[in-house]
Design a binder for this molecule. Structure first.
Ligand SMILES: [Zn+2]
Length: 149
């Protein structure tokens, strides 16, 4: 599949942000969704202050809100780019989980990483197994300490 259109949408937003002279923080992102019906929806991350702490709503959230408002939820592809460098990277595990929860078919949605792609289903399986292995080794630690005593 040709994901050129997604890059064009993202580049347009990156240009707008740069021309607005708005300060772009490290870690600011743009997300572009391509739905099964061939429409693009985009969003950027949004920082706010809540209870004295900085809350960063990931770019995927705004893109999803735009998509849901238009009555769509079936994804063909997702792309996440750094606003400063334009480099693609993987959405976080929470965003992948959220995108997959919108429609059961979204496990087959492609994450576009430059010329390479990976399905959300494949990446979430490896992410969750890495997470559960970590959680398990952390659970084992206090037991090992008890054994030493
Ligand atoms: Zn995220």
């Amino acid at each position: 599949m040709n994901y050129e259109g997604m890059f064009e949408v993202a580049q347009h937003i990156i240009q707008e942000k740069r021309q607005s002279r708005q300060f772009i923080c490290p870690g600011d992102t743009v997300c572009v969704l391509l739905t099964k019906s061939g429409n693009f929806y985009a969003g950027t991350n949004c920082k706010s202050m809540q209870m004295g702490r900085i809350f960063n709503a990931h770019a995927e959230l705004q893109a999803v809100q735009n998509m849901l408002s238009a009555g769509e939820n079936a994804l063909s592809a997702v792309m996440l780019l750094d606003l400063r460098t334009g480099q693609p990277f993987l959405p976080c595990v929470q965003c992948i989980g959220y995108l997959m929860s919108l429609n059961p078919e979204n496990y087959a949605c492609q994450i576009v990483l430059g010329k390479d792609t990976v399905t959300m289903g494949d990446i979430s399986q490896s992410m969750y197994s890495a997470y559960s292995q970590n959680a398990q080794s952390m659970q084992n630690q206090p037991l090992m300490m008890q054994n030493v005593r």
